[in-house]
Every structure is written in structure tokens, then in C-alpha cells.
Design a protein around this ligand. Structure first.
Ligand code: CR1
Length: 805
């Protein structure tokens, strides 16, 4: 049906009429999207079945990637690309007067994630399939993904996200594979016939976990992996209690994605979600393994379970429960198997993001699991005691249960054979500082896996013009071997190539400018520098530093008519967690500054500020290709890696950034002349912190630029904002500027001047852009996943790739 245009058109038209019962002329773009989606899914299904059969029969080890978030974005375009059917579909539709782009825009983003952590999981799924690795995703099918953001009077307003409202074409419900998940109740011990001590979970309230499978298509291969998302539904048991309450509480479990990037709230429900994911996933993993009729002690040779951050860390006690209570192995043996099977990635050192659960909530909700965690803790503390006799403080600091709390990161460190950070610097900080205690005991467990992004979505799909230019120049092998992008460096002095590159960027800027006009009614100057900061809103990411710099530019232009820097368009996109008061104030501030400077005729040829609402994967795909400056300005040591930084680089933007996260590795690859580094180093930040911070008020008192801008937050400079930005002012001066915004201000301003100057030499700029693109291959998630597969999971490709001509 996708072999040639004519066949495709015929199939499409007949399916369209059959499934929506309208004549072609009457069908809506929605109808057309659904029909095309269904056709593609059907097309995929042969290879999907085949892949599953191979996985069932093979002796090859399988990896299961457990994640509470999968931020997939739109699925259709990525499938079309990976299947290599783009030309047929596009041309066929064009004959029918339909644009594929328009049709794709009818697909809602699958936004089952908050930010980097969830998007990383999605990139990993794409790479696993594309590398023919037997990798399965396990997640939750939230009814509502990340909220939709509207900006009303400059303020973020949240609306529920409705991705399932019009039906999902990519998922397949498999109710026959449902799993019961028990909560509450009590644990009874008894002696079995052989006189062994056994445990029984009684009077539990069960929830049914129903899997919905989404196919994950690899690029130019027959492999179609599975992302299994669990839906919470009432179990089919007679229930004496209040049935309405039961139904409501059950469905709540997969109702909402927690809108937190770095904090947790709604504790019981969140913990329920975590166990729900783990119990259902491990049950289905063990079912597949048992079908192979191997000795359970062989589990680590056949199965690898990866936990994405600590959210699925209950996989450790859950696997112990299965091995102890179902397989009846002795503790030591069960423990060895568990540790060998499971591995863990840490994604943050921010203390507010390190999960801790109060025992008083944990124990009643998960009584058997709690018993096991207690035992793990006791055994671990005993080992510590033997190793560090008398060092009470150290033991208390490292315990899994302490001060009536269960520390999930400690459980992960103790109960897995591998802990990895997500960028070189981050891993070093884990080893030397944050987790140094654990590193001392388990040095061999710590390793780095620098994050990556799928170049298929973030370059080939989102930036076809650049993809075309690259391919014309160096051929298309880079598509399956991204480090070959390096060959582009030969073109960095090729005037014709640089001109082409500039043209591509310009076209992408035109498209983004149209989007900006459509959404914000702001006309932007196409010759201005497109300077972009898109990411979650968080104090440590320092959108505030960017804003203060804009205010400074504006103030200086007002003061000095001869000061006119190269025109800039500052573009922001960011969602704030709904309960994160400060972050929401920053959004309001950005919009307030935008209102002021965009409407000042004396400066607005030089300065525009745009806040694009509802930042999400599909919008990101429009933004990165048009960006020229990438803002990666977190307080050094705070951003574990960042992945947006890589997407910008791959699309030829130049980074202005601190030596933080993966910026460090970008710097190493492009060299100091092709990146703009500023600000304190992580060492400096950590030393300051160890010594009680710095004195932000000195910077405020001594630096006129800072003084003026900070005062403007509270002195009526912005009309009708009385008291509105007090929290921001206080964070800088009363709370002594935890994130060193004022400390880094001068360095940031000077470095931004360098950016402006560099842009004057357009040829030099384009040359730097080439160097960035050419060195971005390292940041393909194919490299990252290959490292995980080789070093942590020990899994090998199963299907051999069939490269289509
Ligand atoms: C980090 O903040 C990193 C992603 C993916 C985030 C970001 O720097 O790129 O993870 N951490 O590794 C996170 O969400 C809960 O922690």
C-alpha cells in the first residue's frame, strides 16, 4: 500500500470512505489523519508481530526501560520517516490536494512527560529500535499528559491535556495481558508444608493494570519494538466497600502525569503510580521470561531492567518479592539476582528532587514491599557497621530508611549493579560529592553515559532543508552513522556552502517568524539574531538572568541613543509546574518585559521579546531549526546534562552557556572559538555553597546596571505590577541569590556582547555553525544507547538491519 503513489492513493481513498462513511470531499483533516495513521499502523504490524516472535523465541537478552515519563510528541511523522515512506505519502496526498504537514498537525502530542527526563526516554526508544536492540519501554498511560499552557495577561493558566479525546491510532489495548496490582491490606506469615516461613498479602485492594502497546519503529530496519503503557482500571472482583470511591481512586492512578520536574507532591497517589508501574511491568517481564523455561537464577543473563531515575526504584523490592515469595529463593540468592538484573540512572542532584517517602504512608500502602525494604536496609546498615565501626553519622546518612523516611536514591544505589550520571561533569559530581559515600563502597558501579538525542527527529524530521544540504555535501551515510557529520568540517571555508547554510537558516527563521506572528501577533525582524531559551521554567535554569540582560539592553538603549546593538529577538518557551509560585512569576516577568520593549518605538527595531505559549515537542521542532543562539545558562553544577543544548547545536545554533552539564562536552568538541562560555565554574559554585554563599547585595550596590534593573522589578517601572515581582526581588537580595544570577551577570553581559560582535562577521558565524553541526554526531542517542547496551545491559542487536535502497 506504500509501494507507489497510485497504490497508496487508492488504498487511502477506499479506507477513508469505508471508515468514516463520508465522501472524500466531506472528510475533515481529522478524519484523514486517523485514516492515514491507521494505515501506517497496519503496515507496521507485520514487522511488529515478527519482532515479537523473534523476541519470544530468541535466547538473546532483553532490556526493559522503566520510566514514569515518555515524552513522545507526535508519532506519525517519525514513523513515516523511519519507514521510508515519506515520498510516496507526500506525493500521493498532494495529488489529492492534501498537505502532509497540515495533516500531521492534527495529531496531538503524546506528552506523557515533563521535560528532559521524559524526552530522553522517548529518544532512547527511537534509538533502541533503530539499532535493532531488543528494548522494551514500560510506562503509564496517563489520561492527561502534561497540562496545556495558555498565557492570559502574561500569566500562565493550565488546562487539562486531552490527547486521548479523539482516539489514539497508535496504541493497541491488550486486556488479556492485564495484571492485578494490590494495595493496602496486611501481610500474614505462615509455615508451609516444608516448614518454611512464608508471607501472604491479605485484604488488599486490587487495581487492574491494562496494557496498551505502542509500536516503536526503527529507522530502515524490520525491528518494531514495543512501548507498553499501563492503564489503571477497576479490578473485576466483588467489592464490598463504597464502589464509587473505589472506581474513582482506581482511575486516579493513571489520570494525571505529575506536573513536577523536580519536586513531588500528592505523595500517596504518586507512590501508587510508581508501584503500579513496577508491579505490572515486572509481572509481564517475568511472564515472558518464564515462557523460556530457564532456571530463575539465570534471570540476569536474559533480562536487564533499567530504572529511569528513582521513580521506578520499587522494582528492587518487587523483584525481591517475586524471587522470595513466588520463586522461594533464599534471601542472598534473590539479592544477587536482583542487583545483577537492575541498573539505575540518576538525573539530578537537586535535593528537592531526591525522592523520600514517609514510612507512615509507605508501610500501609505497600505492606509486603515495605517489609522487604526494611530488611534490605537492615542488612545494608549491618555491612556499614562492620566497615565503619562507630561511625554513626555516616551510617545514618547512608541508611535507606532514616528519620521515618525511605530514601529512594539510596535504595537505587544499593540495589543495582550500575549507577550512571547523564554527563561527564554530573557523574563526577555524583562520585566526588553528592554520592561520595556510596562511591567509596561501590566504585565499580558508577559510570557515565552522556545523554543524547535522536538525530532522526531533531534533524532529519524537523529540519529537512538542512538535512538536504548536508546530504548533498557528504552523502547520506551520516543518517545511520551520525559521527560522519564530522566530514562537514571540510566545508567550513567553502563560501558556497556557507551561503547555502545561511539560506537554510533564513528559510527556517521565516517559518518561525510566521508562527510567532500567528500566535503572538508580533512582527519580528528577520535579520535580527534569533536568541532562544526553551526548557522548563526553573530557578536554576536562570531564565531570570536572560531577562535581566534584556532589561539592561533596553535601559542602556533608552539612556544612550548611540548604543544600538545588532537587532535581537529573544524567544522563550517554558512551562512552570502549577504549584511553583516563583517560576510562574518569572513567566509573568518575561511577558511584562515583552510588553514594554516590544511597544517602545524608540528601541523596538533592535529588541523584541517573544514568549511562545505551550512549549512542547511539536513546537520545539519548529523552533530549533530557526535558532541562532542557544541559551544554556544554568548555575554551574545544577543542570545534570541538558538535551536541548544538543538539539540547538545539531541545527547549527551557537551556544552561550555556563560550564555545566553537557555544555562542557559541547565545548570540548567545538572548541572555544565556536561557543560562548561565561560565568562561574561548578567548582566555584560548590565552594561558595560550602562556605555559605556570597553577598548578592554587594553586586546590587556596586553594579549600576544590576541596581537599575533589579529596582525596576519593584518600583513601578512596569505599569500595574504593584508587588507582583516582590518574590523575585527578594530571591535576589533577601534570600541572597541562591543561583548566583547577579554574580554571573557581568560575565553574561560581556559574553553577550561577544555574541553580537561575532554575528557582524556573518561568514565567521556560519563557519562556527558548521563546526557545531559537524561535531554534533557524538550527541546522537544512538551513541548513548550503544554505550548503555555494551557497558550496562549487555544486550546485542537481534534483527539484522535491512537497509532499503
Ligand atoms: C535534568 O535536569 C537532564 C535530563 C535528562 C533532568 C536534565 O539536565 O538533561 O534530566 N532531570 O537526563 C530530571 O528531570 C528529575 O530529574
Amino acid at each position: 500500500m506504500f509501494d507507489n503513489k497510485e497504490q497508496f492513493k487508492k488504498a487511502f481513498l477506499s479506507k477513508l470512505e469505508m471508515s468514516v462513511g463520508k465522501s472524500f470531499e466531506e472528510t475533515s483533516p481529522q478524519d484523514q489523519y486517523h485514516v492515514l495513521g491507521n494505515m501506517i499502523r497496519e503496515y507496521i504490524s507485520t514487522n511488529w508481530i515478527k519482532t515479537n516472535q523473534v523476541y519470544h523465541s530468541t535466547e538473546a537478552k532483553q532490556v526493559y526501560y522503566l520510566s514514569i515519563e515518555f515524552l513522545l510528541g507526535r508519532i506519525m511523522g517519525s514513523n513515516i520517516l523511519n519507514l521510508g515512506i515519506g515520498d510516496v505519502v507526500e506525493e500521493g496526498l498532494r495529488d489529492l490536494g492534501i498537505s502532509l504537514d497540515d495533516l500531521e498537525s492534527n495529531e496531538p502530542d503524546s506528552a506523557l512527560g515533563n521535560g528532559g527526563l521524559g524526552r530522553l526516554a522517548a529518544c532512547f526508544m527511537d534509538s533502541l529500535a533503530s539499532l535493532d536492540l531488543p528494548g522494551h519501554g514500560c510506562g503509564i498511560r496517563y489520561k492527561h499528559g502534561l497540562f496545556e499552557q495558555k498565557i492570559v495577561n502574561g500569566v500562565q493558566v493550565e488546562y487539562p491535556e486531552l490527547w486521548l479525546q479523539n482516539g489514539q491510532v497508535w496504541e493497541v489495548r491488550k486486556s488479556d495481558l492485564s495484571v492485578e496490582v494490590p494495595f493496602w491490606g496486611k501481610v500474614e506469615s505462615f509455615e508451609d508444608e516444608q516448614g518454611r516461613l512464608r508471607f501472604r498479602h491479605r485484604d488488599a485492594e486490587p487495581i487492574m493494570a491494562v496494557p496498551y502497546d505502542i509500536p516503536v519503529v526503527g529507522y530502515q530496519t524490520e525491528t518494531v519494538n514495543t512501548l507498553r503503557l499501563w492503564n489503571a482500571e477497576p479490578a473485576n472482583v466483588p467489592f464490598h466497600d463504597d464502589i464509587m470511591r473505589y472506581k474513582r481512586e482506581t482511575e486516579m492512578v493513571s489520570e494525571f502525569l505529575y506536573p513536577d520536574d523536580a519536586e513531588d507532591s500528592g505523595k500517596i497517589l504518586r507512590l501508587k503510580q510508581q508501584y503500579f508501574l513496577v508491579r505490572a511491568s515486572l509481572n509481564s517481564i517475568l511472564n515472558s521470561f518464564r515462557k523460556k523455561q530457564k532456571d530463575i537464577r539465570e534471570l540476569p543473563n536474559y533480562v536487564s531492567i533499567h530504572i529511569n531515575d528513582t521513580h521506578p526504584v520499587l522494582a528492587i523490592p518487587e523483584l525481591m518479592r517475586i524471587l522470595l515469595d513466588e520463586e522461594m529463593l533464599p534471601w542472598e540468592e534473590a539479592w544477587d539476582i536482583t542487583v545483577q538484573t537492575i541498573s539505575y540512572t540518576n538525573h539530578t542532584t537537586l535535593s528537592e528532587a531526591l525522592e523520600k517517602w514517609p514510612v507512615r504512608l509507605f508501610q500501609p500502602l505497600l505492606p509486603r514491599i515495605y517489609m522487604i525494604v526494611e530488611e534490605i536496609n537492615e542488612r545494608f546498615c549491618k555491612e556499614l557497621w562492620e566497615r565503619y565501626p562507630g561511625q554513626w553519622q555516616r551510617i545514618e546518612d547512608m541508611a535507606i530508611i532514616a528519620h521515618d523516611q525511605v530514601k529512594m536514591a539510596h535504595l537505587a544505589l544499593v540495589g543495582t549493579h550500575s549507577t550512571n550520571g547523564v554527563a561527564y561533569l554530573h557523574t563526577e559530581i555524583l562520585k566526588k560529592r553528592e554520592m561520595n559515600n556510596f562511591y567509596e563502597i561501590f566504585p565499580e558501579r558508577f559510570n557515565n553515559k552522556t545523554n543524547g538525542i535522536t538525530h532522526r527527529r531533531w534533524l532529519m524530521k524537523s529540519n529537512p532543508a538542512l538535512t538536504g544540504l548536508i546530504t548533498e555535501s557528504i552523502g547520506d551515510k551520516w543518517k545511520v552513522e551520525p559521527p560522519l557529520l564530522k566530514e562537514l568540517e571540510h566545508y567550513k571555508d567553502d563560501a558556497a556552502f556557507l551561503e547555502q547554510l545561511e539560506k537554510v537558516k533564513h528559510e527556517n527563521k521565516v517559518k518561525l517568524a510566521e508562527r510567532i506572528f500567528q500566535q503572538n501577533q508580533i512582527k519580528v525582524n528577520l535579520d535580527s539574531i534569533f536568541d532562544v531559551q526553551v526548557k522548563r521554567l526553573h530557578a536554576y535554569k536562570r531564565q531570570l538572568l536572560n531577562v535581566l540582560h534584556i532589561m539592561y539592553l533596553y535601559n542602556r538603549m533608552k539612556e544612550d541613543p548611540s548604543f544600538r546593538p545588532h537587532p535581537r529577538t529573544f524567544i522563550f518557551g517554558a512551562k512552570a509546574s502549577p504549584g511553583y509560585y516563583y517560576a510562574k512569576k518569572i513567566i509573568k516577568l518575561i511577558n511584562t518585559v515583552a510588553e514594554k520593549v516590544n511597544n517602545d518605538k524608540t528601541t523596538n527595531d533592535y529588541l523584541k521579546v517573544v514568549f511562545l505559549e505551550n512549549y512542547r515537542v511539536s513546537l520545539a521542532e519548529e523552533i530549533f531549526p530557526a535558532a541562532e543562539v542557544s541559551e544554556q545558562i544554568s548555575t554551574a553544577s545544577k543542570e545534570a546534562s541538558g538535551t536541548g543544548n544538543m538539539k540547538f547545536m545539531m541545527n547549527g545554533a551557537l551556544t552561550i552557556g555556563t560550564m555545566d552539564g553537557a555544555n562542557v562536552e559541547i565545548f570540548e568538541r567545538v572548541g572555544k572559538d565556536n561557543i560562548f562560555i561565561f560565568g562561574m565554574t561548578s567548582e566555584e559554585v560548590m565552594n561558595y555553597q560550602a562556605n555559605g554563599g556570597y553577598h548578592s547585595s554587594e553586586y546590587y550596590m556596586l553594579d549600576r546596571r544590576i541596581h537599575e534593573a533589579v529596582n525596576q522589578l519593584v518600583n513601578g517601572f512596569f505599569p500595574n505590577t504593584n508587588g507582583m515581582f516582590d518574590v523575585i526581588y527578594d530571591s535576589l537580595l533577601i534570600e541572597n541569590d541562591q543561583y548566583f544570577v547577579l554574580r554571573d551577570f557581568d560575565s553574561y553581559v560581556k559574553t553577550q556582547e561577544k555574541v553580537s560582535n561575532a554575528y557582524q562577521d556573518k561568514k565567521g558565524w556560519n563557519k562556527s555553525s558548521v563546526v557545531n553541526i559537524a561535531n554534533s554526531g557524538f550527541f546522537s542517542s544512538d551513541r548513548t544507547i550503544t554505550e548503555y547496551a555494551n557497558d550496562i545491559w549487555h544486550v546485542k542487536p537481534v534483527n539484522s538491519p535491512i537497509i532499503k535502497a
